[in-house]
Design a binder for this molecule. Structure first.
Ligand SMILES: Nc1ncnc2c1ncn2[C@@H]1O[C@H](COP(=O)(O)OP(=O)(O)OP(=O)(O)O)[C@@H](O)[C@H]1O
Ligand SMILES: [Mg+2]
Length: 319
């Protein structure tokens, strides 16, 4: 049997009228990255704060690394680490001072604390910035010191709450590399994200959460497959050709094509790919030039839309 790092039954947290986490059942195996994907206010932070024993559930149960999060909170706390969405390092201290301080809190003494701090600074590429105040760090450096701070003692299970929100693409990639390296060294990571591509890149398994409930689970491919076998994206060179292209594709493929805000584009879910070559030939015969014709797996955005009936970015309206 696979060992579970997190197991929940009906886990619930209520704030006034808001059911922030509304009865979730999870069984998360050891190893790899588990993605917790959902829009603003879905309940991601609330759920992982319960797992990390920072808040208590109002109903239901959870075991983290085999320990009950209420009855054995101390055991859980000694084995997990949380890098918060709003991080906890001291801005006025330098990177080295922060890490040394945390190491001392975990029982490293003098020279050992310094050694651990320096190891982490090296591993996270922060040698040059080690003695600079954290408030003078760039966003990417700041995120790296946050993660380093949560790794002073190697946790079995690491919670990362939106570790790349607000980072530029390069810094995001650096954080992704760090996460991959942690997983190679045996840490199980539970990652919350609003970014579908982040879950796609990193997560071995994904739980989609919306309004406090788990609405879908699986690998990114499984989630995509649940939407259909593929999505056809077509873009005509000349906008006036779009309607003709739409008629031809509808006839050849036996499907209905949707339009998007782009006046030259058509999109359709495909159950069956067999008519695609014939459809392309028919477009050519009608002298319709194409700027794009692609057949791919649906994106996680499309999955989210299919699951929730609204795009992933639409959080504010949903709330
Ligand atoms: N301490 C609190 N007091 C009152 N309401 C809260 C509290 N914490 C969270 N909530 C509410 O619970 C719901 C879930 O919030 P949560 O922070 O868990 O969402 P999230 O998925 O982490 O969102 P985001 O992506 O914006 O971080 C929201 O409606 C939020 O307003
Ligand atoms: Mg959050």
């Amino acid at each position: 049997m696979t060992e579970l790092v997190i197991e929940t039954a009906g886990l619930t947290k209520v704030y006034g009228d808001t059911r922030a986490v509304d009865g979730i059942d999870l069984a998360i195996p050891r190893g790899g990255v588990h993605g917790f994907l959902g829009p603003n206010g879905a309940g991601k932070t609330t759920a992982i704060r319960m797992f990390a024993t920072l808040i208590r559930p109002d109903a239901g149960h959870a075991r983290v690394l085999g320990h009950d999060i209420v009855r054995a909170a101390d055991e859980v706390r000694s084995k997990v680490s949380l890098t918060g969405q709003f991080a906890s390092v001291d801005e006025d201290l330098s990177g080295r001072e922060n890490l040394r301080l945390i190491a001392k809190l975990f029982g490293f003494r003098g020279a050992a604390a310094t050694r651990r701090a320096d190891e982490l600074l090296g591993a996270f590429g922060l040698d040059d910035a080690a003695d600079r105040q954290v408030k003078k760090y760039s966003g990417g450096m700041r995120r790296r010191i946050d993660i380093a701070a949560s790794l002073v003692v190697s946790p079995e299970l690491l919670f990362l709450d939106e570790p790349t929100t607000g980072l530029d693409p390069r810094a995001r990639n650096e954080v992704w590399d760090i996460i991959r390296a942690l997983v190679r060294h045996g840490t199980t990571v539970m990652l919350t994200t609003q970014y579908l591509d982040e879950a796609d890149q990193l997560a071995d398994r994904i739980s989609v959460i919306d309004h406090g409930r788990i609405i879908a689970e699986g690998t990114s491919s499984e989630l995509k497959a649940s939407v259909g076998s593929g999505t056809l994206h077509v873009r005509v060179m000349r906008r006036q050709d779009r309607d003709a292209a739409r008629d031809i594709l509808a006839r050849e493929l036996g499907i209905e094509l949707g339009t998007t805000h782009d006046p030259q584009a058509l999109v359709a879910g495909l159950e069956d790919r067999s008519g695609v070559t014939r459809a392309l030939a028919a477009l050519e015969q009608a002298h319709i030039e194409l700027a794009q014709f692609s057949l791919g797996q649906p994106t996680l955005d499309e999955v989210f839309l299919a699951l929730t009936g609204r795009p992933a970015e639409d959080e504010e309206e949903a709330a």
